[in-house]
Design a protein around this ligand. Structure first.
Ligand code: SF4
Length: 384
């Protein structure tokens, strides 16, 4: 792995060209006038947050969404200009932008590159046209290939793709073919997520009405296990429960989340953890805009809390156990003033007995193979 990043910035761009059928991420379809007002307000937030971090240097910047790549070139240009001139970044900072193949162009890619963006996270989901259509995605398979060619043409050599399994009517053979295609494309990083039926999405409603032919639990588990075997066998080790990368290409930004490091967050709906303070910006876009226009920063918060030591520990365990290498016992003890076995005696014993976690010779508590398959039982076990 690369040197560990210590601090990062997450920017949420809450706009999409159309809502996908399964999506409950915070994003809306909006016209240019509203997008303009939103970014005027965003610049106010950026000014305030950059003052909070005037003495800090950041190792990662992640612009996600929503769909950042639907922004016009001039807006992308202004956004990156503002971010790179308002914050200090280390010379090797990982700068990622989430892109969708349907809204990417050579000119946008050149713009991103010119501001030092060095990593793309592409929302692909599937290489099956019928599945893309069922998901409500706007792009075609050919657009994925074209986006990749264009990205490489302008110099991107660190590209991640998101893929989904457990989709309606998706077969094992289709998922295997999807993984094989991703590997053949020579990308550096892959996130593979199971479909989750989120309330308030069309997919949830249709599933309730029996209108979605979802793979059964065994097939979905088989898809997950196939992923865990196929990708490492093809040069992409699993380093987190849903993430695979060529060596040295692990997501530095996401590592911040999984290892309890601080990150600023900007934009409606964004969640940050900065100087011991956890905050979530409001998802109410009108409130976000009016709040920042009126310089009433506190009105724009949906949540603000200072987690106590036990809450911090729980979160550290819940997120850290997602990493395949696990949690380093001595590091935990140094950070929280007690050993994992002292903080979670019953939970730890139960998970060890069920062979879901194990200690390594060099002091890491990590998931066993069975623990990876039943990950959710392990992640939730630490919550008090
Ligand atoms: S593009 Fe992404 S954020 Fe936008 S609606 Fe689809 S899944 Fe949600």
């Amino acid at each position: 792995m690369q040197t560990m990043a210590e601090k990062g910035i997450y920017v949420h761009v809450p706009f999409c060209a159309r809502k996908c059928q399964y999506c409950d991420f915070h994003s809306v379809v909006a016209d240019e006038t509203f997008v303009g007002s939103y970014f005027d307000a965003f610049e106010q937030e950026l000014l305030v947050r950059s003052r909070e971090a005037a003495a800090d240097s950041f190792d990662t910047l992640f612009i996600g969404g929503g769909t950042p790549s639907i922004l016009t070139i001039s807006r992308l240009d202004r956004l990156l200009r503002m971010l790179t001139s308002s914050f200090t970044f280390s010379s090797s900072a990982e700068i990622t932008v989430e892109v969708n193949p349907s809204s990417l162009s050579l000119a946008k890619l050149r713009c991103l590159r010119s501001w030092g963006v060095n990593r793309l996270s592409m929302g692909v989901q599937s290489f099956e046209p019928n599945l893309l259509e069922a998901l409500g995605r706007l792009h075609t398979v050919e657009q994925v290939f074209q986006s990749l060619r264009s990205a490489r043409q302008v110099g991107f050599d660190n590209i991640s793709m998101d893929l989904m399994f457990g989709l309606p009517d998706q077969t094992m053979a289709q998922w295997q073919a999807t993984l094989a295609t991703a590997v053949q494309l020579g990308i550096q990083h892959l996130s593979a997520y199971a479909l989750i039926l989120e309330e308030a999405t069309p997919f949830y409603r249709w599933a309730q009405q029996g209108l979605l032919a979802l793979p059964d639990e065994d097939t979905e588990a088989c898809m997950f296990e196939t992923t865990m075997q196929y990708l490492p066998d093809h040069g992409m080790p699993q380093y987190e429960i849903s993430n695979y990368a060529r060596l040295g290409c692990e997501s530095q930004h996401n590592m911040l989340y999984w290892t309890g490091k601080p990150y600023l967050a900007l934009g409606s709906g964004a969640a940050g953890y900065w100087r011991g303070r956890r905050y979530v910006n409001t998802k109410d876009m009108a409130l976000y805009v009016s709040g920042w226009q009126n310089h009433a920063a506190t009105e724009t918060l949906e949540l603000e809390e200072f987690p106590n030591r036990y809450q911090q520990m729980d979160e550290y365990m819940m997120t850290g156990m997602r990493l395949l290498r696990g949690i380093h016992g001595p590091t935990f003890a140094k950070r929280f003033g007690m050993a994992i076995s002292e903080a979670y005696p019953a939970q730890l014993q139960r998970l060890l007995e069920r062979n879901l976690v194990q200690w390594t010779a060099d002091g890491y508590l990590q998931l066993t193979y069975a623990g990876r398959v039943l990950g959710n039982h392990v992640f939730s076990a630490w919550l008090r």
